[in-house]
Write a protein that binds this ligand. Sequence first.
Ligand code: CO
Length: 133
Amino acid sequence: MMLTEIDHIAIAVRDLAAAVDYYQRAFGATIDHREVVERDGVEEVLLKVAESYIQLLTPTRPDSPVAKAIEKRGEGLHHVGYRVADCKATLAAMVAAGATPIDKEPRPGSRGTTVAFIHPKGSFGTLIELVEE
Ligand code: CO
């Protein structure tokens, strides 16, 4: 098994402050990490749950993929991050199994990780992100 943990579930929201406030009031959640990822046009907040995260994600510009997803489908579950020991090897295994990669090569993600996204088409409707710490 190449997956070592569910790294995060990513939830796309319009108002990041309101979503963080809600998770804090509802669950007593605390912010573990906050980052603007310019390349992806997103700001994210990570709320730690055991060894995984809930990632609240909001677009920072209208042409970001997350902005387009919210426009098309509304707020809600955006992708699932699977933690792996070797992003490159797992990406190759997925492609060999029939996956359609969005990233042909692993690239830098937030909090110093290495990531690769795989298209929902060919992966049973779920946008998958491989995350190597
Ligand atoms: Co993610």
